[in-house]
Each structure stands twice: as structure tokens, then as C-alpha cells.
Ligand binder design. Structure first.
Ligand code: IPE
Length: 263
């Protein structure tokens, strides 16, 4: 039996540029795969991103950089509002799983985590000890931070690192991407971009980080996170989340189309 830790990228489950637009078809396709994996006897843990339920307001009020005296009141309002929006997106993911007969339990980071980056503090044991047959879910969120920051953005990629490294027994760690088949030799918009099937730490990449919408680290944070996880977990992959059946192929055959991250 495998234990698969999957991250649904925010760009996969929402339209990133349009405030709070959920992609129900994409989510439903993912739920079907989770159901198939459970049917095959595997355990699944899910982390999801924010997309347009997090990045746009966070960008508008500079939430990632913490409290700013001149706009603190608006920032506090934005923090509450982003947390509510994230719960709403999380409910979409859970409802879709439930429609596919999968029971899940959510662990919103604003309840249990503080500080940002991969060394955030928080107890992962409730996620680890979630009842058998129940899929634990957590997500990128606004978390409380020590002063003077007061708040900041904890990315789902950082959650992947900590869960991947600290919860024993995870065999596969999969980043499902919304706009690419894996790591490309050039930005996805470049017609000459080719899929890199295996990526090793320090291998150069020419990525792009769309700072107009993205308040966390984009593809570079993802690579760094994946590379850290690959020190512990043998199967770390970037896979096209629009074709989630590739996850099944990976489990059945040991390989698929995507990028494997190795040490
Ligand atoms: C960001 O989480 C969380 C917020 C902006 C509130 P992620 O960094 O995991 O989200 P995506 O996958 O880039 O959307």
C-alpha cells in the first residue's frame, strides 16, 4: 500500500486571475482519482493551494510582508476575509470528495500553525493520526506570526515539505500543476518549451514567477520544496493536474509523463 501526498495547485482548482472562481470540473476529476486510489487500497493526504481565493486579496493588502502600520485596519479585515475565502474553497474540495464517496477531514492552518516558510511551527500529529479511511486535507492560508509581522502567508508548498518529511510512511509526493505537464525548459508560454523528465538539485531552470498574481514563490519555491522532500521520499513528482490519471499510471507502473525530482 502506498501513501500519496498530493498538492492541488491553486491555479489548477481556480482561475488565478479572476477573484474567487472555482474550477469544479478540475476538482471533480481530482476527486475521481482520489477515489480510484483509495479503491486500490492506497492512503491519500491532500494539500491545496489558494489561487484566486487567496493571492489576489493578499497581494492587494501586502499580507505576505506582514503588518504595516498605515494600513493595519484594512489588513486585518483582509486577513479575516482571506481565511473565510480559503474555508470556502476547502469546502468545495471536501464536498466534491464526498460526492465521490470519500470522507475527508480539514485542518485549516490558521487554527494550528504559526509563522511562515518550511520551518513554521505547528503540530502535525492530528493530520498524521486522522482516522483510517478518512482523507486529511490542509491548505495554504494566512497564519498568525510573531511580532512585528503579526500575520503572513503559509504556502501549501511549505506544508508539503513538513508533512512529507515528518509524517512517516509517505511513499509518493505529487505536485499537481494547473498549466504545465511538469518542469519545462522554458516558461510554458514559450512554444519551444520542452518537458524535463528528471530534475536534480542545482540543475538550472529558466522559470518565470508571475508576481502580479502570486504572493508565494511560484515554480522556484515548488522546486526547492520538492528537492527537500526528495531527500526523504523516493517518488517526488510534478504532474499535469489537468490529466490526473497520470497519478494512477505512476502508481501502477512506477513512471508516467511529468518531472521526477531526484537528489
Ligand atoms: C497560498 O498558498 C495561500 C494564500 C495566498 C492564502 P499556495 O502558495 O499553496 O497557493 P497556490 O497553489 O500558489 O495557489
Amino acid at each position: 500500500m502506498a501513501h500519496i501526498l498530493m498538492k492541488y495547485g491553486g491555479g489548477l482548482i481556480t482561475t488565478k486571475s479572476q477573484m474567487k472562481t472555482v474550477d469544479r470540473d478540475a476538482i471533480s476529476k481530482l476527486s475521481r482519482i482520489v477515489s480510484e486510489l483509495s479503491g486500490l487500497g492506497h492512503k491519500v493526504t491532500i494539500v491545496h493551494g489558494a489561487g484566486s481565493f487567496g493571492h489576489l486579496k493578499a497581494k492587494q493588502w501586502n499580507i505576505a510582508n506582514g503588518a504595516q502600520e498605515d494600513i493595519i485596519e484594512q489588513q486585518k479585515e483582509a486577513v479575516n476575509s482571506i481565511r473565510e475565502d480559503m474555508l470556502q474553497l476547502n469546502t468545495e474540495v471536501c464536498n466534491s470528495l464526498s460526492n465521490h464517496d470519500i470522507e475527508s477531514k480539514s485542518f485549516p492552518p490558521s487554527d494550528w500553525a504559526r509563522d511562515t516558510g518550511a520551518d513554521f511551527s505547528g503540530d502535525l500529529s492530528p493530520i498524521e493520526n486522522c482516522s483510517e479511511g478518512v482523507v486529511p486535507i490542509t491548505f495554504g492560508d494566512v497564519v498568525d506570526c510573531s511580532p512585528p509581522k503579526l500575520f503572513g502567508i503559509l504556502s501549501g508548498d511549505d506544508l508539503m515539505v513538513r508533512i512529507g518529511k515528518e509524517i512517516p510512511g509517505i511513499t509518493h509526493c505529487i505536485f499537481l500543476l494547473g498549466d504545465t505537464e511538469g518542469l519545462l525548459s522554458a516558461p510554458p508560454s514559450d512554444p519551444n518549451a520542452a518537458l524535463i523528465p528528471v530534475w536534480k538539485k542545482d540543475q538550472e531552470v529558466s522559470g518565470e514567477h508571475d508576481t502580479s498574481q502570486d504572493v508565494t514563490g511560484g515554480i522556484f519555491l515548488k522546486l526547492e520544496s520538492a528537492s527537500m522532500i526528495s531527500t526523504i521520499i523516493p517518488n517526488v513528482w510534478f504532474i499535469d493536474g489537468r490529466k490526473p490519471e497520470r497519478v494512477i499510471e505512476l502508481l501502477k507502473t512506477g513512471t508516467t509523463r511529468g518531472t521526477q525530482i531526484v537528489q
